[in-house]
Design a binder for this molecule. Sequence first.
Ligand code: OGA
Ligand code: MN
Length: 214
Amino acid sequence: MKLPGVKRTTLPGSTDTMNDEFDLLIDSYLENNVGISAGFLSEDLTKGLLQNIIQLQQDDLMTSAGIGNEVLKDPLQTMRGDKIYWMDKNHLNVFEEAFLLRIEGFIEHLNSTCYTGINAYEFHYAVYEEGSYYKRHKDQFKNNSTRKFSLINYLNENWLEEDGGQLLVYQKDGFQKILPQAQTAVFFKSDEMEHEVSKANRRRMSITGWLKRI
Ligand code: OGA
Ligand code: MN
């Protein structure tokens, strides 16, 4: 299927195999509105990021996430129950830095093959404790359209169907169900795709972010 407004070119002489997962993600996105790549992050990087998130929890640095970009909060956490912590290169954490470099590589690849003009990004760690969920929503704020693409990276080893916590992405003819499996990345347009996280039956950890044009 062809998506309006998204053109794609192949870079002549491009042989970089590190970019194979980038192409997988982009190709599946172009085909199905939802890109999936099962090996976007290496095993080592995934393990390092998992360690980070466990440490952040122990240090009590993860905080309840709000909705929207203003004071509009959800004190009873009826919309979403995850806790988050924003990434920042200034943290000087090797895994965080490696992750953000990987993201920058992807953005470069996306811009040069699809003319997307992404010039900023933001990512946060997220943890859903057992029983938490995130109801059906879109990722673009009503009064701010800078978020162009959502990119989610999962850190959970051996996630099973009965663990719940699936990402449900709503397509025209139903919904697609994605297990939050370690090393897997999911990619879709922030203003188009409605999605939700079903109730997790075990602790679910991820890194979620947005590619922006500002
Ligand atoms: C979000 C979100 C989905 C997921 O943080 O906005 O929808 O699978 N996350 O974690
Ligand atoms: Mn979302």
